[in-house]
Design a protein around this ligand. Structure first.
Ligand SMILES: Cc1ncc(COP(=O)(O)O)c(C=O)c1O
Length: 406
């Protein structure tokens, strides 16, 4: 298989991690897990929240049902933008008026679509310049690389291994690479490792973006799923600098409020980039429907259900810590809901778990890319999503460990 970097647009599908997983397992029948009351295989590969969203979400959608009859307004509603700006200001202790809801916020139907459009818009088109490099962490959320390939950008995969705290060290890249960069992405808490960028790492990316005139994209969609301390946000660093220049930050209700089906989030930051992304989304974006905007605003204004959601995941991590100790390279993640386990050969372990126990996990190699030496930093790992309740997760994790004989 050619490397991800060389794939280009025509090969997008062949690099999608879940399609690759399907290909890996399709010729093998699922083993019997033997867990009572569980029909079908145990799906630990996908980060699909299973905790119910709060009941008032449904009530709010119903109350605003008349809005289904209208096209979603491109910039959303003033009420939604204000709810998002107020949430950011409180959550990240930003100075009053640092975020202007009308200029610095754009609602997006989940961060995935917003990320895709933003990456597309940041990569120069034909005749628009040569700054085509896209600085990505490896491992990465596949949408970053997919959008890069779709827009004809040149991905530069920067390993995010244990030695660098599972964060990419963009500052260590050669000057010639930084000068050709169209954008850089930092995901914190990161998917899959659950690592959190510290203030210096955030500041470094912002400083590099301004020095070399590229866009810094911060994907913070897991910022509310944490075990101990609330993760820092890039907007805190931006506030220290006193400006939003060259950066945008993504947030979503998918994980925070267990509402991935609502397709509701926002991008916040540099007004020039907000306008540019808005301009593109008016052509091809789905927009966020009016009832979802109303429900979304009420979710951003409530923290009670978010606290409950955090408790739900925390219970599973306490359990995982008890079962794993320091086996398989386990360390307490700062945030998110994944285990990133070093099993030696992630692909082989995935096949074994499927064939012997009907457990589906994701090989780490499918979320990362080979470096120039042909080394894939995700290859030794599997990603295990802890999205079910703690009792189910415990039974599944025990079975996983027994099957791998660790
Ligand atoms: C790192 C990361 N970013 C973005 C997303 C997209 O989430 P959504 O579009 O539901 O906000 C996901 C979803 O799994 C993710 O893991």
């Amino acid at each position: 298989m050619t490397s991800f970097a060389a794939a280009g647009r025509s090969a997008l599908g062949s690099f999608h991690p879940f399609l690759r997983l399907e290909r890996l397992l399709r010729d093998h029948p699922a083993g019997d897990h033997g867990l009572p009351g569980v029909k079908g295989p145990i799906q630990l590969q996908v980060g699909d929240p299973k905790n119910a969203p709060p009941a008032f979400l449904q009530e709010c959608l119903q109350k605003n049902a008349a809005g289904w009859g209208s096209y979603p307004p491109p910039r959303g509603t003033a009420d939604y933008r204000e709810a998002a700006a107020d949430w950011l200001t409180n959550r990240f202790a930003l100075p009053a008026n640092f975020i202007d809801p009308d200029r610095n916020i754009l609602p997006v139907p989940g961060t995935r679509e917003g990320l895709f459009f933003t990456i597309m818009m940041a990569i120069p088109g034909p005749g628009e310049g040569e700054k085509r490099k896209v600085l990505l962490p490896s491992p990465f959320f596949h949408v970053y690389a997919g959008a890069t390939a779709a827009a004809g950008g040149e991905p530069v995969f920067v390993p995010a291994r244990a030695e660098t705290g599972f964060m990419p060290d963009y500052a260590a890249l050669p000057k010639e690479v930084l000068e050709k960069a169209a954008l850089a992405i930092l995901c914190s808490p990161s998917n899959p490792q659950g690592a959190i960028a510290d203030a210096a790492q955030m500041r470094d990316v912002i400083t590099l973006a301004r020095q070399h005139d590229f866009l810094a994209i911060f994907d913070e969609c897991y910022s509310e799923i944490y075990l101990d301390q609330p993760p820092l946000g890039a907007l805190q660093s931006a506030a220290e600098f006193g400006s939003l220049d060259n950066l945008v930050v993504f947030h979503s209700l998918s994980k925070r409020s267990s509402a991935p089906g609502l397709r509701c989030g926002f991008v916040a930051g540099d007004a020039r980039w907000i306008d540019r992304v808005d301009g593109a989304m008016r052509f091809g974006g789905a927009g966020v429907p009016l009832p979802a905007l109303a429900a979304g605003a009420s979710l951003w204004r409530d923290e009670v259900h978010v606290e409950r959601n955090r408790d739900y995941y925390r219970e599973s991590f306490v359990m995982a810590e008890r079962l794993l100790g320091n086996r398989l390279g386990y360390r307490r993640p700062g945030g998110g809901f994944f285990l990133w386990l070093d099993v030696g050969d992630g692909e082989a372990a995935t096949v074994k778990l499927w064939k012997e126990a009907g457990i589906r996990v994701l090989p780490g190699a499918y979320m990362s890319a080979e470096d120039e030496r042909g080394d894939n930093p995700g290859a030794p790992y599997i990603r295990v999503a802890l999205v079910y309740d703690a009792a189910f997760n415990e039974a599944a994790l025990r079975l996983l460990l027994d099957t791998l004989e660790v």
